[in-house]
Design a protein around this ligand. Structure first.
Ligand SMILES: Nc1ncnc2c1ncn2[C@@H]1O[C@H](COP(=O)(O)OP(=O)(O)OP(=O)(O)O)[C@@H](O)[C@H]1O
Ligand SMILES: [Mg+2]
Length: 423
């Protein structure tokens, strides 16, 4: 066994590492970023990262210790796990960790590799929510076991954030927004993202990513008890390095009666294994759709600028705000704005009715959206510099909850919104 944090403080000669044949459960697809002071520690982490037990995790190793981490996370979202090597004096490291905490997402865990066997420091670290404290010299197996224990304990929180996308009406572009935002998230953060397509009969995830998979989410929903990490791996279809889809079967010779429990179980297994789970919901109102919206970490409603969309979006907003009092309120995007000659409800009126600004206002652009849909590509793949591609990148950043919408010269979100409001 690895010395746990308390045992680590009992001085004993040399490192106590697990034996090579001791079972260490593989870590799930977590994102891990390490900030080391010494090249030797960076090397140990690198060796651990290449081990089969961390094969699914995405590990990046940086130098500069806790100070570099503090600077880094002022600009960037935090991963599932931050590893920090620090030989700073106790007060100094605690002060730096307090600064780090200001920019840490709630789900992020922190593992410290220290140089001192210091009980006071250990207690202070625990108080600050640090998950594990290892004392140098650390060996790769010890580090792997510590990481594995953080994620394989049934009492620990699941690793993944769940974002549910739904349209205020059918055909308003909810799936398109969902897929583009998910793709941008995976490209920007370089962490694993899974899109779960719950529109079993008509879903477009396979088409939008140019995939024709044989298996998918219906296989999981039909026997949710059987779904585990190994089966999940088989049922997912990989679209790019970090994006996989859990596609809908899209055949009509079956009935699709999804149960609330089954749906819950499937999403839970995915979120135990993947940092970002994007749920593409159909525009229907069933027990499992309601449940999926209530369970998600964030809900994103896509609406087109007409009266029925406004009414439905308002109803969804009111329902979710009342039912999720301790959560963020839902976000909404206005899509297909500016169809020629069509009278439209202005974003300002939406904002007034929903008592919130849209997170994105996406113009109606049939040419680029049509080309992307027909090619099975994302907007950013068809035209990386296109302003809508930038909108999706900003939307993805907003979803991680960390970055403000940046005002860029090419318009987008806020500027476009204010322009629209002035009209
Ligand atoms: N901003 C836009 N400009 C032009 N076309 C768009 C835009 N957004 C989406 N579309 C197109 O609208 C169509 C419907 O999009 P999508 O399937 O994403 O909608 P949905 O809300 O998920 O529909 P459903 O109710 O069937 O789930 C697609 O052909 C898509 O390419
Ligand atoms: Mg859809």
């Amino acid at each position: 066994m690895i010395r746990n944090a308390a045992e680590a403080l009992i001085p004993e000669p040399g490192p106590s590492a697990p034996a090579a044949d001791e079972h260490i459960a593989p870590a799930p697809r977590v994102s891990i970023q390490a900030f080391c002071e010494h090249p030797a520690t960076a090397e140990i982490i690198q060796i651990a990262a290449e081990d089969r037990r961390l094969a699914k995790a995405h590990v990046s190793v940086h130098m500069g210790g806790v100070e570099a981490a503090v600077a880094h996370y002022q600009q960037n979202p935090t991963p599932n796990l931050i590893i920090i090597e620090s030989s700073l004096p106790r007060d100094h490291i605690l002060a730096e960790l307090d600064r780090l905490a200001e920019n840490c997402d709630p789900g992020t865990k922190v593992l410290i590799i220290g140089h001192a066997n210091d009980v006071m420091l250990y207690r202070e670290l625990l108080k600050r929510g640090v998950s594990e404290y290892l004392v140098e010299p650390v060996v790769p197996l010890q580090l792997m076991e510590a990481i594995s224990n953080l994620y394989n304990n049934p009492e620990t929180e699941p690793v993944g954030h769940v974002y549910a996308f739904i349209g205020a009406k059918g055909g308003v572009g909810s799936s398109t927004v969902c897929h583009n935002a998910a793709w941008s998230l995976s490209e920007m953060l370089k962490v694993d993202v899974v899109i779960a397509d719950l529109d079993l009969a008509f879903g477009t995830t396979g088409l939008d990513f140019n995939q024709d998979p044989m298996q998918g989410i219906a296989d999981a929903l039909s026997s949710p008890d059987r779904l585990d990490e190994v089966l999940l791996d088989r049922l997912l279809t990989k679209c790019s390095e970090h994006l996989s889809i859990f596609p809908a079967p899209v055949v009509l010779d079956r009935d699709y009666d999804i149960s609330v429990e089954g749906c819950d179980q499937v999403i839970d297994v995915v979120r135990q294994n993947v940092p970002y789970v994007i749920v593409d919901l159909p525009h229907t109102w069933t027990a499992w759709v309601k449940h999926s919206l209530l369970q998600a970490d964030e809900v994103i409603i896509t609406a087109a600028p007409d009266l029925a969309n406004l009414r439905n979006a308002k109803n969804l907003f009111d329902y979710l705000r009342t039912a999720r009092v301790n959560d963020h309120k839902p976000s909404y995007c206005l899509n297909q704005v500016g169809v020629p000659k069509r009278p439209e409800i202005k974003p300002a009126d939406f904002a007034k009715a929903l008592e919130d600004q849209p997170v994105a206002v996406i113009p109606f652009e049939p040419q680029i959206f049509g080309a992307a849909a027909n090619n099975g590509q994302m907007i950013a793949e068809v035209s990386p510099g296109h302003r809508t591609a930038e909108t999706f990148r900003q939307l993805a950043q907003l979803l991680t909850g960390r970055s403000e919408v940046k005002k860029t010269k090419s318009g987008l979100l806020t500027p476009l919104l204010s322009k629209l409001m002035k009209k």
